[in-house]
Design a protein around this ligand. Sequence first.
Ligand SMILES: Cc1cc2nc3c(=O)[nH]c(=O)nc-3n(C[C@H](O)[C@H](O)[C@H](O)COP(=O)(O)OP(=O)(O)OC[C@H]3O[C@@H](n4cnc5c(N)ncnc54)[C@H](O)[C@@H]3O)c2cc1C
Length: 355
Amino acid sequence: MSERSELTDDFDEVRDVTVIGAGPVGLSAAFWAGMREASSRVIDSLPDLGGQLTALYPEKWIFDVPGHPRVLAKELVELMRRQTLEQFDVPVHLETTAQRISWEDGLVVLHTDKGDLRSRTVVIAGGHGAFEPKKLPGYDMTPWEGRGAYYLVGEKSEFAGKRVLIVGGGDSACDWVVNLLDVAERVSLVHRREGFRAHEATVAQVMEAHAGGRIDLHVPFQIKAIEGNGHVERVRLFHSEDESREVELEADAILLQLGFKTALGPLKEWGLEISKGAIVVDPLMKTNLDAVWACGDITTFDGKLKLIATGFGEAAIAISQAIHHIRPEMKIQPKYSTNTGVPGAVEGDPTSPSA
Ligand SMILES: Cc1cc2nc3c(=O)[nH]c(=O)nc-3n(C[C@H](O)[C@H](O)[C@H](O)COP(=O)(O)OP(=O)(O)OC[C@H]3O[C@@H](n4cnc5c(N)ncnc54)[C@H](O)[C@@H]3O)c2cc1C
């Protein structure tokens, strides 16, 4: 995603809503705010829009966003960027982390690592909080990071024509084996244990590719050494049960897919009611903090589903409530967009029967 935003000139402005998180749910919250003619801004600690979709699975198809028989994760983020940021004035602060919260003169103050942001309300769409990839136990990859060792796939094309060694035994490792087959020159999968923790269907695809000679499988093997002149060139593996058994492979890239550590991070200290690592909200998506709502993966309540589709609905509720809190005369139920259009961008249809 190339949409790096420098639009950070609204530090002195009081906005109606500050949305924490530029994942799909945060972007939809800003969209709903625009539809209610409320001003918003979005902040995210990551350098790109899209949350998990961009950081974890940009090249995967999503099949369960209603209205899209299937959509690539990165494409959905781009559509949301257009729907939200191109139609409404929504300043985006990337690489900006909300660290503390306070209240003054009827406003909420978010203290970020880039400065203080004031708004009438805050909507937290922080997903799993700040997430970082798990490192390889037993081998220090730091010297090879940026020199052929990857934790994330931004664009598949980065691996075009390369000999890629994927490390891991879970869903993402197996998914990338299958996904990179059409671009990489050669894909090898290394896992330290027998057996994979991935979805059966994906493991079957990996095994089929192996049986057809399209990938190399090294199980149970682990990384012993990496060699190269300033960049990964060769990898030495050892057998997990017999260290003297070694295999040497030529590789241009090592993709470590060992899972992610997620943590609510700074949000834990804000006095929010937390249950099992998520923010407890009531049916109105309200948190226990004054003028603070939450939506998306970060919330928990009876019947909670962690899905993009349900997150969109939670965002609509959170925003309607937040705007009603600021302007009690505004109805909770939005007017239909078929009638209103997109305020400031697209006309609605006043002749529509329900207008
Ligand atoms: C491999 C994989 C496949 C998936 N497939 C599907 C699928 O097919 N269908 C589906 O519906 N769902 C799927 N999901 C789940 C889906 O991605 C999540 O439900 C969705 O991303 C939640 O969106 P969100 O906006 O709530 O959170 P996120 O996407 O996690 O975004 C939250 C953002 O908040 C930011 N943030 C957190 N704390 C702070 C802070 N203090 N300051 C600033 N920024 C902060 C984070 O950096 C992050 O960018 C999948 C997830 C994974 C991992």
